[in-house]
Design a protein around this ligand. Sequence first.
Ligand code: SF4
Length: 124
Amino acid sequence: MENLTRNFICILCPNSCEITASFNNDGILRNIDGFSCQKGAEYVQQEIYNPRRNIATSVKVTGGELPLVSVRLTKAIPKEKIFEVMTEIKKVTLQAPVSLGDVIISNVLGLGADVIATKDVPRI
Ligand code: SF4
């Protein structure tokens, strides 16, 4: 029986454990090795079955001391939705002032995450 593997680096803490997931040739997960705590095993299972990512980007601002404000999501979303969410974020232009923590898009695409500002942009 063929034994396929995928390698991961756990990003949940500075230990950066190198974790290997082994699969049967029918794609069924057989084993996970290399984690130092249970969180690492859970992280790899999520990466295999439901990978999620946050987004850090910027949004245009008019009338402010800066032309852009940095934004991020309040929680990670399914990886395959990132392109669609980026498209929504690119549609937005804000009017200064913008304050850290302002909700730029609430519940973006119904994914349960808000897009929020991560800095202040005062009015000129
Ligand atoms: S497996 Fe545990 S100890 Fe290793 S990097 Fe992940 S969270 Fe840290």
